[in-house]
Design a protein around this ligand. Structure first.
Ligand code: C5P
Length: 405
């Protein structure tokens, strides 16, 4: 299998197995991957950045506070601009730092800042691997979704010691990388998708705002499902109490206008999925001071003005994605309103649902939707929001595979 065009960040930490990382770089590059190495101080005690850079043919990053490197890429971009981070060898120390969220050098900071999948290839003395502290850290990392390859049983560098702790061989690490990046399971690999989710908050004054009951559950579930299929998802989220979905770039906003800006700056994209319950109206001029109650006077009238329609803007944009999907939360005439919305907003699909209070959909965990397109209307059964998300992600993958009309 080829890794052509795959961007790997290789974190090399300080163990004698670091010499095998040189071979690992060669093997990954043979398969077409672009390898960007990050070395800890410990790694540099075993192999030199010069040797690593000569093999990777890319810059080698070693310092957290390097002025030149920060101006060039910056540790946050380093953490995000890749398809996978491989830590090989991963010492007991770096596993401990990862498990506890420590960030005291470039490698551990990148690992804390990333939203990409991480594969670790531990290498350490068997006593260290067996130590209850390492056991706890490994369990915690696995629970956090970190992938492991090895360690293997065998002879140690230390004379006469054997046991579990040898780093997996480079070709085994390559096989794990390939399995994680396998396009067979990742039909959306290489696809960029921009999404919105959640409500918007439209300020009245510094302490009050207009909002709605959207929880962001459906939108966030769709973002996670798309990321699981390999898509590069930018999720522009209004204020929600949900955690950021794994493997998704999240931009947090409050107001509709901020949401529009964030969506437009995420273009071009292959698809746009606009799930947010964007407020149709905002207060024409929000007060910069808290509006005081005036004794004996009624409330000051609120002047409202229309918010930008983000879906419609994207649906008619010069950089319009190939596939534009909107949602229609209705309390009546779901199909009729959905069909009207399709052409008005310039969308290819409208996912329509009935959000009457008795359905419990708004803010709940289940959903019952109709997929409206010019080809017809498809009704889906009552499903959890995660199930709706998985089906929709599969549908999007299918649509993006179709050749341009
Ligand atoms: O017109 P309506 O609000 O019913 O349309 C819902 C669809 O349009 C949703 O996909 C929603 O995310 C999107 N929308 C938007 N910007 C608005 C209003 C709605 O993107 N201002």
């Amino acid at each position: 299998m080829s890794l052509t065009g795959k961007r790997l960040l290789l974190v090399i930490s300080g163990g004698i197995a670091a010499y095998k990382s040189l071979d690992l770089i060669r093997r990954l590059k043979e398969r077409g991957a672009v390898v960007t190495p990050v070395m800890t101080a410990g790694a540099q005690a075993f192999i030199t950045p010069l040797a690593v850079g000569a093999l990777s043919a890319t810059a080698v990053y070693t310092e957290l506070f390097s002025r030149e490197d920060e101006q060039d890429v910056g540790h946050i971009r380093l953490a995000r601009d890749c398809d996978l981070i491989v830590v090989a060898p991963a010492t007991a120390n770096i596993l401990a730092k990862m498990a506890n969220g420590l960030a005291d050098d470039l490698a551990s900071t990148v690992l804390l800042a990333t939203n990409r999948p991480v594969l670790v290839a531990p290498a350490m003395n068997p006593m260290m691997w067996a130590n209850p502290a390492t056991r706890r850290n490994v369990e915690r990392l696995k629970a956090d979704g970190i992938q492991f390859v090895g360690p293997m049983a065998g002879e140690m560098a230390e004379k006469g010691e054997a046991g579990i702790g040898r780093m997996a061989e480079p070709l085994e690490i390559v096989a794990s990388v390939e399995a994680l990046l396998s396009p067979a399971d990742k039909p959306l690999a290489g696809r960029r998708i921009v999404m919105t989710s959640g409500p918007t908050h439209e300020p009245i004054d510094p302490v009050r705002y207009i909002a709605n009951r959207s929880s962001g559950r459906q939108g966030h579930a769709i973002a996670a499902a798309l990321a699981r299929l390999g898509a590069e998802v930018t999720l522009v989220s209004g204020p929600v109490t949900l955690p950021d979905p794994d493997g998704v770039d999240v931009v947090h906003v409050e107001r509709a206008e901020e949401m529009r800006e964030a969506v437009l700056s995420a273009l071009p994209a292959d698809a746009a999925v606009m799930v947010a319950a964007v407020a149709d109206w905002r207060v024409a001029s929000a007060s910069s001071q808290k509006i005081k109650k005036q004794e004996g006077e009624g409330p000051a009238p609120l002047q409202l003005t229309e918010n930008p329609d983000i879906l419609k803007t994207v649906g008619h944009h010069p950089l319009r994605p190939k596939l534009v999907i909107g949602f229609a939360a209705e309390t009546q005439d779901v199909e009729k309103n959905g069909l009207a919305k399709l052409s008005r907003k310039g969308a290819d699909l409208i996912v329509a649902n009935d959000v009457s209070p008795e359905t419990g959909i708004m803010g709940g965990t289940r959903n019952r939707v109709k997929i409206i397109s010019k080809e017809g209307i498809e009704e889906w059964p009552d499903l959890t929001k995660d199930e709706v998300a998985a089906r929709l992600a599969a549908l999007i993958a299918g649509r993006l595979r179709e050749p341009e009309a």
